[in-house]
Design a protein around this ligand. Structure first.
Ligand code: NAD
Ligand code: 022
Ligand code: ZN
Length: 375
């Protein structure tokens, strides 16, 4: 069938909106009509050419929501008409990783997903007979896409596509990092580095977990109001404190009889390796946990003195907020529908597919929290 897509033909060029051909679902696959998609940093990272694993031409996009319109042989968990969110971290429930219960990083289709093809090694997308790569197993920058059955989460059909698409990456990553990865307890102190589309969701996750003190750190002063909107209790702009950031934060988190200071939990949502170090070092001696969420550029390394770890701090990382997609994503949609979490105010821009490149410009200018393309 013919579908409309924004195609990344080569690195560092705008996406081209054009008609491409999509083959129907093979056994174990589903055809999904994508109704909305967010534009996320990883799409930009790959499009820029800085991603060493980036493949071209490709149909990018990994933060979508849509409707199942056809299923291949043997598909049992979803049917035509079901509303779904594509999963760049699938959940097969059969591989050693899924069975371990220790990780959400399902390995069932990992190799082919990284190669930009479906599990059978071929692509469903083409243009004039030439193959176009899939992206992160999702390719939501097309109004129809084909996905493995294990890479879709069935969600409440009453939920609005233009909001819940954000649950396909940013919302789940931020909230999941708090609940699944850090396992923050009520009354905790926490510091969030970087108040963008991920950090604000960490903040609302901390509010949900009843954290006591939620400190936000960002160089951009406009982020103070954004953080407060979702539960931040203190804002620190490193360029305005006239002091070293880590000692300043350690001092700010001293409570009662505790003269040591440091937060129970810290989260890096910048992707900057210097901030990752500061986040670790601003966590509490003896028990602080620091979660790396930001994805650093290719080849970057993190450093700290081993003393920081020997004295009881834990450095950890998270992919997709540690969420098991088919199990956890429907629950997060329910939390949104029940008003437990907010999404609407973070969606600052809505665009038609024809204007998708403008969404990337808004991201570069720091003007958007999230731009969503509505088909
Ligand atoms: P964003 O650009 O919207 O937000 C980043 C924020 O950090 C901005 O507000 C910026 O002002 C601030 N910032 C940058 N450098 C800073 C510094 N040195 N000091 C203080 N503040 C600084 O980005 P986002 O959409 O929130 O994504 C954040 C990171 O999370 C990215 O690296 C992204 O790739 C990553 N991410 C990871 C996962 C995962 O599963 N691990 C999932 C989604 C996104
Ligand atoms: C999403 N991300 C950043 C912004 N939006 C993001 C990027 C990478 C990962 C998670 C989220 C990630 C962490 C660990 C891995 N990935 C490796 C997983 C594994 O090896 O099992 C990751 C993922 C998908 C892809 C590449 C890296 C891909 O499909 N190309 C989950
Ligand atoms: Zn993303």
């Amino acid at each position: 069938m013919d579908v409309r897509a924004a195609v990344a033909f080569e690195a560092a060029k705008p996406l081209e909106i054009t008609t491409v051909q999509l083959d129907g679902p093979k056994p174990g696959e589903v055809l999904v009509e994508i109704k909305a998609t967010g534009i996320c940093h990883t799409d930009d990272f790959t499009l820029s050419g800085a991603d060493p694993e980036g493949l071209f031409p490709a149909i990018l996009g990994h933060e979508g929501a849509g409707v199942v319109v056809d299923v291949g042989a043997g598909v049992t968990s979803v049917k035509r008409g079901d509303h779904v969110i594509p999963l760049y971290t699938p959940e097969c429930r059969e591989c050693p990783s899924c069975l371990s219960r220790k990780t959400n990083l399902c390995t069932a289709i990992r190799a082919t997903q990284g190669q930009g093809v479906m599990p059978d090694g071929t692509s469903r997308f083409s243009i004039g007979g030439d193959k176009i790569h899939h992206y992160m197993g999702c390719s939501t920058f097309a109004n129809f896409t084909v996905l493995p059955e294990i890479a879709v989460a069935k969600v409440d059909p009453n939920a609005p596509f233009d909001k819940i698409c954000y649950i396909g990456c940013g919302v789940t990553t931020g909230i999941g990092a708090v609940i699944n990865t850090a396992k923050v307890e009520a009354g905790s102190t926490a510091i969030v580095f970087g108040l963008g589309g991920i950090g604000l969701n960490v903040i609302q996750g901390l509010r949900l977990a009843s954290a006591d003190m939620i400190i936000g750190v960002d160089l951009n002063p406009t982020k103070k109001a954004w953080g407060e909107r979702f539960g931040m209790t203190h804002f620190v702009n490193p360029s305005e404190i006239g002091a070293e950031l880590v000692p300043y934060l350690v001092n700010l988190t001293k409570r009662g009889a505790d003269s040591i200071g440091g937060a129970d939990y810290t989260f890096d949502c910048t992707g900057n390796v210097k901030m990752m170090r500061q986040a670790l070092e601003a966590s509490h001696r003896g028990w602080g946990k620091s979660v790396v969420i930001g994805v650093a550029g290719a080849g970057q390394e993190v450093a700290t003195r081993p003393f920081q770890l020997v004295t009881g701090r834990t450095w950890m990382g998270t992919a997709f907020g540690g969420a098991r997609g088919r199990t956890d994503v429907p629950k997060i949609v329910e939390w949104y529908m029940a008003g437990k979490i907010e999404i609407d105010p973070m969606i600052t821009h809505r665009l038609p597919l024809a204007d998708i490149n403008r969404g990337f410009e808004l991201m570069h200018a720091g003007e958007s929290i999230r731009s969503v393309v509505v088909y």
